[in-house]
Design a protein around this ligand. Sequence first.
Ligand SMILES: Nc1ncnc2c1ncn2[C@@H]1O[C@H](COP(=O)(O)OP(=O)(O)OP(=O)(O)O)[C@@H](O)[C@H]1O
Ligand SMILES: [Mg+2]
Length: 316
Amino acid sequence: MQNILEIEGLAKTYDGGFTALRGVDLTIRKGEIFALLGPNGAGKTTLIGAVCGLVQPTGGTIRAFGEDMGRHWRRLRRRIGLVPQELSTDMFDSVINTVNYSRGLFGLGPDPDRVEEILRSLSLWDKRKESLRALSGGMKRRVLIAKALAHDPDLLFLDEPTAGVDVELRRDMWRQISALRERGTTIILTTHYIEEAEEMADRVGIIQAGRIRMVEETREIMARLGRTEAVFTLAQPLEVVPEALDSFPLVLASDRLSLVYRGGDGTGQGKAEVARLTKALIATGVDYTAIDIRESNLEEIFVNLLEHADAEGEAA
Ligand SMILES: Nc1ncnc2c1ncn2[C@@H]1O[C@H](COP(=O)(O)OP(=O)(O)OP(=O)(O)O)[C@@H](O)[C@H]1O
Ligand SMILES: [Mg+2]
Protein backbone atom coordinates (compact mmCIF):
# COMPACT_ATOMS: atom_id res chain seq x y z
CA MET A 1 0.00 0.00 0.00
CA GLN A 2 1.59 3.24 -1.14
CA ASN A 3 -1.20 5.63 -0.24
CA ILE A 4 -2.19 5.78 3.38
CA LEU A 5 -5.07 8.16 2.80
CA GLU A 6 -7.23 8.75 -0.26
CA ILE A 7 -9.79 11.52 -0.11
CA GLU A 8 -12.14 12.03 -3.03
CA GLY A 9 -14.70 14.74 -3.61
CA LEU A 10 -14.90 15.52 0.08
CA ALA A 11 -17.55 18.13 0.78
CA LYS A 12 -18.84 19.76 3.92
CA THR A 13 -21.66 22.20 4.26
CA TYR A 14 -22.27 23.13 7.89
CA ASP A 15 -25.77 23.21 9.33
CA GLY A 16 -26.02 26.97 8.99
CA GLY A 17 -25.48 26.54 5.23
CA PHE A 18 -21.81 27.51 5.04
CA THR A 19 -19.78 25.34 2.67
CA ALA A 20 -16.32 24.76 4.16
CA LEU A 21 -15.12 22.02 1.77
CA ARG A 22 -15.94 22.09 -1.92
CA GLY A 23 -14.89 18.72 -3.29
CA VAL A 24 -11.44 18.05 -1.92
CA ASP A 25 -9.28 15.39 -3.59
CA LEU A 26 -6.12 14.54 -1.70
CA THR A 27 -3.83 11.54 -1.56
CA ILE A 28 -1.30 11.08 1.20
CA ARG A 29 1.64 8.71 0.72
CA LYS A 30 2.79 6.31 3.33
CA GLY A 31 5.61 7.68 5.45
CA GLU A 32 5.56 11.28 4.27
CA ILE A 33 5.25 14.54 6.13
CA PHE A 34 2.56 16.56 4.41
CA ALA A 35 1.95 20.20 5.26
CA LEU A 36 -1.47 21.69 4.63
CA LEU A 37 -1.25 25.44 4.26
CA GLY A 38 -4.04 27.91 3.88
CA PRO A 39 -5.42 31.14 5.29
CA ASN A 40 -7.76 31.27 8.29
CA GLY A 41 -11.08 29.66 7.46
CA ALA A 42 -9.75 27.80 4.40
CA GLY A 43 -11.09 24.47 5.69
CA LYS A 44 -7.99 22.80 7.17
CA THR A 45 -9.52 21.88 10.51
CA THR A 46 -12.75 20.82 8.82
CA LEU A 47 -10.80 18.51 6.52
CA ILE A 48 -8.92 16.94 9.42
CA GLY A 49 -12.13 16.71 11.41
CA ALA A 50 -13.80 14.81 8.58
CA VAL A 51 -11.04 12.20 8.56
CA CYS A 52 -11.01 11.90 12.34
CA GLY A 53 -14.77 11.66 12.70
CA LEU A 54 -15.37 15.01 14.35
CA VAL A 55 -17.10 16.45 11.31
CA GLN A 56 -19.77 14.60 9.33
CA PRO A 57 -18.98 15.11 5.62
CA THR A 58 -21.83 15.98 3.30
CA GLY A 59 -20.19 14.33 0.31
CA GLY A 60 -17.22 12.34 -0.93
CA THR A 61 -15.26 9.34 0.27
CA ILE A 62 -12.31 8.76 2.57
CA ARG A 63 -10.15 5.67 2.31
CA ALA A 64 -7.51 5.04 4.95
CA PHE A 65 -4.95 2.22 4.86
CA GLY A 66 -6.61 1.03 1.68
CA GLU A 67 -10.06 0.61 3.20
CA ASP A 68 -13.23 2.66 3.22
CA MET A 69 -13.44 4.64 6.44
CA GLY A 70 -17.20 4.77 6.41
CA ARG A 71 -17.38 1.00 6.43
CA HIS A 72 -14.53 0.11 8.81
CA TRP A 73 -14.67 3.12 11.02
CA ARG A 74 -13.68 1.76 14.43
CA ARG A 75 -10.80 -0.37 13.23
CA LEU A 76 -9.31 2.33 11.02
CA ARG A 77 -9.82 5.20 13.44
CA ARG A 78 -7.62 3.42 16.00
CA ARG A 79 -4.68 3.80 13.69
CA ILE A 80 -5.13 7.56 13.43
CA GLY A 81 -3.93 10.12 15.97
CA LEU A 82 -5.01 13.74 16.22
CA VAL A 83 -3.44 16.71 17.91
CA PRO A 84 -6.30 19.19 17.79
CA GLN A 85 -5.93 22.90 17.19
CA GLU A 86 -7.93 23.85 20.24
CA LEU A 87 -6.79 23.11 23.77
CA SER A 88 -9.90 21.59 25.24
CA THR A 89 -8.91 18.50 27.17
CA ASP A 90 -10.22 17.71 30.59
CA MET A 91 -8.25 20.36 32.38
CA PHE A 92 -8.47 18.87 35.85
CA ASP A 93 -6.80 15.52 35.43
CA SER A 94 -3.06 14.91 35.72
CA VAL A 95 -0.77 14.65 32.72
CA ILE A 96 -0.16 10.93 33.09
CA ASN A 97 -3.83 10.04 33.65
CA THR A 98 -4.81 12.01 30.60
CA VAL A 99 -2.34 10.10 28.45
CA ASN A 100 -3.26 6.71 29.94
CA TYR A 101 -6.93 7.44 29.43
CA SER A 102 -6.31 8.22 25.80
CA ARG A 103 -4.76 4.76 25.26
CA GLY A 104 -7.78 3.17 26.88
CA LEU A 105 -10.08 5.15 24.64
CA PHE A 106 -8.74 3.23 21.66
CA GLY A 107 -9.14 -0.10 23.39
CA LEU A 108 -5.49 -0.57 24.28
CA GLY A 109 -4.39 -1.95 27.63
CA PRO A 110 -2.05 -0.05 29.94
CA ASP A 111 1.58 0.14 28.90
CA PRO A 112 3.50 2.11 31.54
CA ASP A 113 6.82 1.75 29.71
CA ARG A 114 5.50 3.15 26.48
CA VAL A 115 3.70 5.99 28.24
CA GLU A 116 6.87 6.83 30.14
CA GLU A 117 8.82 6.83 26.90
CA ILE A 118 6.33 9.20 25.30
CA LEU A 119 6.27 11.56 28.27
CA ARG A 120 10.06 11.59 28.49
CA SER A 121 10.44 12.28 24.80
CA LEU A 122 8.24 15.34 25.20
CA SER A 123 9.99 16.47 28.41
CA LEU A 124 6.77 15.91 30.32
CA TRP A 125 7.93 13.18 32.67
CA ASP A 126 8.75 15.55 35.53
CA LYS A 127 5.33 17.12 35.15
CA ARG A 128 3.40 13.87 34.92
CA LYS A 129 1.57 14.33 38.21
CA GLU A 130 0.64 17.93 37.64
CA SER A 131 -2.86 18.94 36.76
CA LEU A 132 -3.20 20.10 33.16
CA ARG A 133 -4.70 23.31 34.43
CA ALA A 134 -1.37 24.20 36.04
CA LEU A 135 0.62 23.88 32.82
CA SER A 136 1.61 26.66 30.46
CA GLY A 137 0.03 26.80 27.00
CA GLY A 138 3.10 25.30 25.32
CA MET A 139 3.21 22.46 27.85
CA LYS A 140 -0.50 21.79 27.34
CA ARG A 141 0.21 21.48 23.65
CA ARG A 142 2.86 18.88 24.43
CA VAL A 143 0.30 16.95 26.44
CA LEU A 144 -2.02 16.97 23.43
CA ILE A 145 0.80 15.45 21.40
CA ALA A 146 1.47 12.84 24.08
CA LYS A 147 -2.25 12.00 24.08
CA ALA A 148 -2.27 11.58 20.32
CA LEU A 149 0.79 9.34 20.47
CA ALA A 150 -0.52 7.20 23.31
CA HIS A 151 -2.04 4.63 20.98
CA ASP A 152 0.89 4.61 18.54
CA PRO A 153 -1.01 5.79 15.46
CA ASP A 154 0.27 5.05 11.97
CA LEU A 155 -1.23 8.28 10.67
CA LEU A 156 -0.94 11.41 12.75
CA PHE A 157 -2.70 14.73 12.23
CA LEU A 158 -1.20 17.79 13.85
CA ASP A 159 -3.47 20.79 13.56
CA GLU A 160 -1.19 23.77 14.13
CA PRO A 161 1.02 21.94 16.60
CA THR A 162 3.30 24.89 17.15
CA ALA A 163 0.78 27.73 17.28
CA GLY A 164 1.70 29.98 20.17
CA VAL A 165 4.77 28.06 21.30
CA ASP A 166 8.15 29.71 21.63
CA VAL A 167 10.96 29.22 19.16
CA GLU A 168 12.81 26.70 21.29
CA LEU A 169 9.76 24.56 21.85
CA ARG A 170 8.95 24.75 18.18
CA ARG A 171 12.40 23.42 17.23
CA ASP A 172 11.88 20.71 19.82
CA MET A 173 8.59 19.72 18.25
CA TRP A 174 10.14 19.65 14.81
CA ARG A 175 12.64 17.14 16.19
CA GLN A 176 9.78 15.13 17.69
CA ILE A 177 7.95 15.08 14.40
CA SER A 178 11.07 14.00 12.51
CA ALA A 179 11.65 11.24 15.05
CA LEU A 180 8.10 10.00 14.51
CA ARG A 181 8.63 9.92 10.80
CA GLU A 182 11.76 7.85 11.39
CA ARG A 183 9.52 5.36 13.18
CA GLY A 184 7.37 5.16 10.08
CA THR A 185 4.49 7.40 11.13
CA THR A 186 2.83 9.34 8.33
CA ILE A 187 2.25 12.93 9.38
CA ILE A 188 -0.15 15.57 8.16
CA LEU A 189 0.27 18.95 9.74
CA THR A 190 -1.30 22.33 9.29
CA THR A 191 0.64 25.44 10.06
CA HIS A 192 0.71 29.16 9.59
CA TYR A 193 4.49 29.18 10.00
CA ILE A 194 5.53 28.63 6.47
CA GLU A 195 9.16 28.09 7.39
CA GLU A 196 7.85 25.10 9.28
CA ALA A 197 6.51 23.58 6.09
CA GLU A 198 9.66 24.49 4.24
CA GLU A 199 11.79 22.85 6.90
CA MET A 200 9.73 19.76 7.60
CA ALA A 201 7.42 18.78 4.82
CA ASP A 202 8.08 16.45 1.91
CA ARG A 203 5.03 17.85 0.18
CA VAL A 204 2.88 20.90 0.59
CA GLY A 205 -0.79 21.30 -0.17
CA ILE A 206 -2.40 24.70 -0.41
CA ILE A 207 -6.06 24.98 0.47
CA GLN A 208 -8.15 28.08 -0.02
CA ALA A 209 -11.89 28.57 0.40
CA GLY A 210 -12.54 24.84 0.68
CA ARG A 211 -10.57 23.86 -2.42
CA ILE A 212 -7.12 22.37 -2.78
CA ARG A 213 -5.29 24.80 -5.05
CA MET A 214 -2.03 22.99 -5.35
CA VAL A 215 -0.17 19.92 -4.11
CA GLU A 216 3.53 19.58 -4.78
CA GLU A 217 6.86 18.42 -3.46
CA THR A 218 8.22 21.22 -1.29
CA ARG A 219 11.43 21.16 -3.32
CA GLU A 220 9.48 21.38 -6.59
CA ILE A 221 7.48 24.40 -5.46
CA MET A 222 10.69 26.15 -4.54
CA ALA A 223 12.24 25.21 -7.86
CA ARG A 224 9.22 26.13 -9.94
CA LEU A 225 8.17 29.30 -8.18
CA GLY A 226 11.22 30.40 -6.24
CA ARG A 227 13.21 33.38 -7.37
CA THR A 228 16.56 34.96 -6.80
CA GLU A 229 16.52 38.71 -6.32
CA ALA A 230 19.67 40.79 -6.55
CA VAL A 231 19.69 44.54 -6.05
CA PHE A 232 22.74 46.39 -7.37
CA THR A 233 23.27 49.82 -5.85
CA LEU A 234 24.74 51.88 -8.66
CA ALA A 235 27.67 54.26 -8.30
CA GLN A 236 26.08 56.67 -10.78
CA PRO A 237 22.48 56.98 -11.92
CA LEU A 238 21.72 55.15 -15.14
CA GLU A 239 19.37 56.49 -17.85
CA VAL A 240 18.47 53.11 -19.34
CA VAL A 241 19.59 49.51 -19.00
CA PRO A 242 22.43 49.06 -21.54
CA GLU A 243 21.52 46.88 -24.50
CA ALA A 244 24.45 44.59 -23.75
CA LEU A 245 22.53 43.45 -20.68
CA ASP A 246 19.31 42.64 -22.53
CA SER A 247 19.65 38.91 -21.91
CA PHE A 248 19.30 39.41 -18.13
CA PRO A 249 15.93 39.93 -16.39
CA LEU A 250 16.68 43.44 -15.14
CA VAL A 251 14.61 46.38 -14.03
CA LEU A 252 15.94 49.84 -13.34
CA ALA A 253 14.45 51.34 -10.21
CA SER A 254 12.59 54.66 -10.63
CA ASP A 255 15.36 56.58 -8.81
CA ARG A 256 17.72 55.13 -11.48
CA LEU A 257 20.16 54.32 -8.71
CA SER A 258 19.50 50.63 -8.38
CA LEU A 259 19.28 47.81 -10.82
CA VAL A 260 17.13 44.88 -9.80
CA TYR A 261 17.60 41.35 -11.09
CA ARG A 262 14.74 38.86 -10.62
CA GLY A 263 15.23 35.41 -12.03
CA GLY A 264 16.40 31.92 -11.36
CA ASP A 265 14.28 29.17 -9.94
CA GLY A 266 15.07 28.98 -6.25
CA THR A 267 17.54 26.13 -6.70
CA GLY A 268 20.59 28.37 -6.74
CA GLN A 269 20.65 28.64 -10.53
CA GLY A 270 19.75 32.33 -10.16
CA LYS A 271 22.88 32.92 -8.11
CA ALA A 272 25.00 31.61 -10.95
CA GLU A 273 23.28 34.00 -13.33
CA VAL A 274 23.88 36.87 -10.92
CA ALA A 275 27.57 35.95 -10.90
CA ARG A 276 27.58 36.23 -14.71
CA LEU A 277 25.69 39.50 -14.45
CA THR A 278 28.32 41.04 -12.14
CA LYS A 279 30.94 40.41 -14.81
CA ALA A 280 28.70 41.71 -17.58
CA LEU A 281 28.05 44.91 -15.61
CA ILE A 282 31.76 45.55 -15.22
CA ALA A 283 32.38 44.76 -18.88
CA THR A 284 29.63 47.24 -19.83
CA GLY A 285 31.11 49.91 -17.59
CA VAL A 286 28.23 49.98 -15.11
CA ASP A 287 29.78 50.58 -11.71
CA TYR A 288 28.04 49.55 -8.48
CA THR A 289 28.80 49.95 -4.80
CA ALA A 290 26.78 47.13 -3.26
CA ILE A 291 24.89 43.95 -4.13
CA ASP A 292 22.04 42.67 -2.02
CA ILE A 293 21.12 39.13 -3.05
CA ARG A 294 18.51 36.81 -1.64
CA GLU A 295 16.38 33.77 -2.47
CA SER A 296 12.61 33.93 -2.10
CA ASN A 297 11.12 31.63 0.50
CA LEU A 298 7.96 29.58 0.61
CA GLU A 299 6.19 32.42 2.41
CA GLU A 300 6.55 34.73 -0.58
CA ILE A 301 5.58 31.97 -2.96
CA PHE A 302 2.50 31.25 -0.87
CA VAL A 303 1.42 34.88 -0.66
CA ASN A 304 1.98 35.26 -4.40
CA LEU A 305 -0.06 32.19 -5.19
CA LEU A 306 -2.98 33.35 -3.08
CA GLU A 307 -2.89 36.85 -4.53
CA HIS A 308 -2.81 35.31 -7.97
CA ALA A 309 -5.76 33.07 -7.13
CA ASP A 310 -7.67 36.09 -5.75
CA ALA A 311 -7.00 38.06 -8.91
CA GLU A 312 -8.23 35.14 -11.01
CA GLY A 313 -11.29 34.85 -8.80
CA GLU A 314 -12.10 38.54 -9.29
CA ALA A 315 -11.55 38.30 -13.03
CA ALA A 316 -13.92 35.30 -13.30
N1 LIG B 1 -19.25 24.10 13.37
C1 LIG B 1 -19.26 25.00 12.39
N2 LIG B 1 -20.41 25.55 11.97
C2 LIG B 1 -20.44 26.44 10.97
N3 LIG B 1 -19.34 26.86 10.30
C3 LIG B 1 -18.17 26.36 10.66
C4 LIG B 1 -18.05 25.41 11.73
N4 LIG B 1 -16.75 25.07 11.87
C5 LIG B 1 -16.09 25.79 10.94
N5 LIG B 1 -16.92 26.56 10.23
C6 LIG B 1 -16.56 27.45 9.12
O1 LIG B 1 -15.92 26.69 8.11
C7 LIG B 1 -14.84 27.42 7.56
C8 LIG B 1 -13.57 26.59 7.64
O2 LIG B 1 -13.20 26.48 9.00
P1 LIG B 1 -11.91 25.67 9.45
O3 LIG B 1 -11.89 25.69 10.92
O4 LIG B 1 -11.92 24.36 8.76
O5 LIG B 1 -10.76 26.59 8.84
P2 LIG B 1 -9.18 26.49 9.05
O6 LIG B 1 -8.59 26.41 7.69
O7 LIG B 1 -8.85 25.41 10.00
O8 LIG B 1 -8.85 27.91 9.67
P3 LIG B 1 -7.75 28.33 10.77
O9 LIG B 1 -6.47 28.55 10.01
O10 LIG B 1 -8.28 29.61 11.31
O11 LIG B 1 -7.65 27.26 11.80
C9 LIG B 1 -14.76 28.73 8.32
O12 LIG B 1 -15.38 29.72 7.56
C10 LIG B 1 -15.53 28.47 9.58
O13 LIG B 1 -16.15 29.63 10.06
MG1 LIG C 1 -7.97 25.35 11.81
